[in-house]
Structure formats: structure tokens, C-alpha cells
Design a protein. Sequence first.
Length: 287
Amino acid sequence: SLTTLDVSRASLGTASGRALVKWLESPEGKCLRTLKLGYNNLGNPWGSAMVKYMKNGFSITSLDMSKTGVSSKVTRGVLEALRQHRGLREFYIANNAIDKKGGAILCECVASRSIAMRVLDITKCGIPKSQMGSLADNLKTNTSIRILYVSGNDIKDTNVSKLWGDALKTNQTINELHMNSCNFSATSFSNVIAGLSQNKSIESVSFNSNKKLGRFCWEPLIECLTTNLTLTHLSLKNCSIDVNGFSGFLDNIQHKDYVLRSLNVSNNSNIVSTNWKNKLKKITFQL
């Protein structure tokens, strides 16, 4: 029986999507465990049918419904179904709107010890500021999530960023964190990094496409890497990196025994003037 179905980016529309839901309800469809539907414009009629299917109980453990053209009401229904039926382990809902009510349900799911999601992708879901703070607060007690994508949701607010810093300090089970395009300010980034510096589980973190980050990130990162003994992969793609700050960062890490092994600074044209011959002499990790 079929256990994995990937029809992402297949130009499916509402009719095809509803036919797929009908198949999922059949005896053959109930054997499916992994379903990838991302980046098809399936729309709200499909979304409503999907919510009804999920609320009746489902066997899928990995669901990707990223950017499927559904409303916040539909995403709210999907999250309600997730709260009721707790077998989903990987959930990708990127680029679908999550409103305040949906954000509250998401927080309940993250806080629940009965819902053992290992991967959660809420990239560019437009989650309201208050719910982003609550989400961070609920992450403190979560022990299941290993890979978390919160990219494209605003974490610039000082109070919200403090909550995220506290969450990263407390949560010791996340292994991979994506905070791309989160509109960080110098203060909010420092708040998040303060928590990351005391984290003992995160091995990979990305701050890509935070356009102002390259001006003020280096000092907090140096302090973080001095105390964090698990972070081995750091990505700062497309962050408008300041060449002087970056050069100072390279000078600093030449003389410290960091565990960092991979640094991605691609799509930063300013670093072309870096004196690579001198800066790379003692660096042992991959750039």
C-alpha cells in the first residue's frame, strides 16, 4: 500500500485537491503516512474538506500543506484537528495565514505533552506579535520539537525577543532553528542570542535575510560562541554584512577553541574586500 505521496508544486487546483481528500478517506488512502501538498493553489473549498477529513481522525504522520492558498479560518481548523488527533510528527504550514485565534491553538499544541511534533514549520504565517510571544513561552515546556522554522515572522519587539531568548535558554531539545527574515533590531537580536548562548541542544541556526543584521551581529555572536558548546552550523546569508565587523569576527575566532564548523555568509557582496589570505590562516571550519 502507498505510504508516501508527494504532489507538491504540481499545479493542482481545488478539484484535484478535493478528489485527493476523497481518496484519503478510502481504505487505500488510510495507509498513507506522508503527504506533501505544498505550493499548490488548492484554496478554501479544498481546505474545508481537508479539515473535515482530519477531524474525523487521520493516520498521516507527516503533512506538508505549505502555501496552499487557504484562509486563516482553514489553518485554524487544521490546528484544531491537530489538537484533537495527536499522531502528527512533522507539520509544514508555511506561507498560510495564522491569525490570533489560530496562534492561540498553535500555542496549545506546542505546550501539550500529548502532541509529539518533531518538525514544525510556520514560516511566513504572519503570526501576531502577542502570539509569537506566547509561542516562545510555550516552547519552554516542549520536549518533542527537534526542527523549528519561525522565519518570516516578526521578532523585532523587545518583549517578544526576550521571551524567545528565555525559550532558547530553557528548551534543551531543539536541534535546528531557522529565524530568517525576522526583522531583528540590535536589541532584539541580542535578546535572542543571550538565550542561544546558554542553549545545549541547538546544533544549527540560520539568521538569513535579516537585512540589518550584518551591522550589529558580530559582538553578540562572539560572546555566544564563547559559551555555547553545541552550535556547529551558523548561516548569515544575505544579511548586508559589514566588512569591518566580519573581519573582527574572523580575527577573534582564530584564537578561540570554538566548536563552530560551518559558517555560511553567501550573498553578502560587502565581504569581497576582506583580506582572505590573512584571515583564513587559522580557521578550521568550512566557510
